[in-house]
Design a protein around this ligand. Structure first.
Ligand code: ADP
Ligand code: ADP
Length: 230
C-alpha cells in the first residue's frame, strides 16, 4: 500500500529565459508506515520535493498520487482539506509562536470544532506523548531546543495525521536531543504513520528505513537500512 506514488515529477521555478529546474523527473514510492530519509546537497531539490509531498506546491509536470488519489483530479480546496487532515509538518527552526505557551501553541493547531469539550485533555495527551508533561505553561524561550522541537512534534500530531513531513528536524539540536527526536519519529512509524524526513545528517538518516539520495533534481541512489531489533 503506497502513501505516495510520484512519476516523472518535474518542478520549474520562474519563467522562460529565467528559470530553475528544481526537480527533473522524480520517481518515488513511499509505503504506508515507512520512514524515508531524503539526503542531498544544498540546492538539490529536497525542500521542493517535500513541499510537493506536503501539497504546498503543485509539480510543473508528472503525476503525484497521495493515498491513491491523483493530485491532478483535486481542486485547491480539496487539496487544502486533505493537507489539514492527513499531513503534519516539522521544521528545523520549530516555528513555534514565541509569546504563546507550549499548550497554546498546540491548541492553535487543533482544528476548530475538533475535540470539543476535550481540547485540554487532548493537548495534555499530546504533550505526554512527546515526554513534556509539566511543560504546558512554558513559553518556547523557557524550553531547550530539544523540548521546543518536541512541542512542535506534538503540534504536528494535533489532528492525528497519517503522514509526517520533517525538514531537517534535528538540524538545530545537539546530538542527544536529536536522537530523542528521532526516537519519537520512529515511534510514530511504529504506530503505522508514514514519515518523510529531509536531513544532512548521515547518522540520523540511518535511523530511517530507507535513504533516497537526490542530486540536481534527480534521485541518484536509494538504500534500505536494516534495523536489528533489540
Ligand atoms: P534544497 O532543499 O535541496 O536546498 P530547494 O528545493 O530549496 O533545494 O531548491 C532547488 C533549486 O530550486 C535551487 O536551485 C533553488 O535556488 C531553486 N528554488 C527553490 N525555491 C525556489 C523559488 N521559490 N523560486 C525560485 N527558485 C527556487
Ligand atoms: P536538553 O539537554 O534537553 O536540550 P537543556 O540542558 O538545554 O536541555 O535544558 C535543561 C532544562 O533547563 C530544560 O528542561 C529546560 O526546561 C530548562 N531551560 C533550558 N533553557 C532555558 C531557558 N532559556 N529558560 C528557562 N529554562 C530553560
Amino acid at each position: 500500500e503506497h502513501v505516495y506514488e510520484l512519476r516523472n515529477v518535474r518542478k520549474i521555478y520562474g519563467t522562460k529565459g529565467n528559470y530553475v529546474e528544481a526537480l527533473r523527473g522524480i520517481n518515488l514510492d513511499v509505503r504506508k508506515g515507512e520512514f524515508l530519509a531524503i539526503m542531498g546537497p544544498s540546492g538539490s531539490g529536497k525542500t521542493t520535493l517535500l513541499s510537493i509531498m506536503g501539497l504546498l506546491t503543485r509539480p510543473t509536470s508528472g503525476s503525484v498520487r497521495i493515498m491513491g488519489r491523483d493530485l491532478a483530479t483535486l481542486n485547491d480546496k480539496q487539496i487544502t482539506l486533505m493537507r489539514r487532515k492527513t499531513i503534519g509538518f516539522i521544521f528545523q527552526t520549530f516555528n513555534l509562536v514565541p509569546w504563546l505557551t507550549a499548550a497554546e501553541n498546540i491548541e492553535l493547531a487543533l482544528a476548530v470544532g475538533e475535540y470539543n469539550g476535550n481540547r485540554k485533555r487532548r493537548i495534555m495527551e499530546l504533550l505526554d506523548s512527546v515526554g513534556l508533561r509539566g511543560r504546558e505553561n512554558h513559553k518556547p524561550s523557557e524550553l531547550s531546543g530539544g523540548e521546543q522541537q518536541r512541542v512542535a512534534i506534538a503540534r504536528a500530531l494535533a489532528n492525528n495525521p497519517s503522514i509526517i513531513l520533517a525538514d531537517e528536524p534535528t538540524g538545530n539540536l545537539d546530538s542527544a536531543s536529536g536522537l530523542q527526536v528521532m526516537e519519537i519519529l520512529r515511534g510514530l512509524v511504529r504506530e503505522g504513520r508514514t514519515v518523510v524526513m529531509v536531513t544532512h545528517n548521515e547518522a540520523m538518516a540511518e535511523m530511517s528505513d530507507r535513504i533516497a539520495r537526490i542530486r540536481d533534481g534527480i534521485i541518484v541512489g536509494e538504500e534500505v537500512i536494516s534495523h536489528v531489533e533489540v
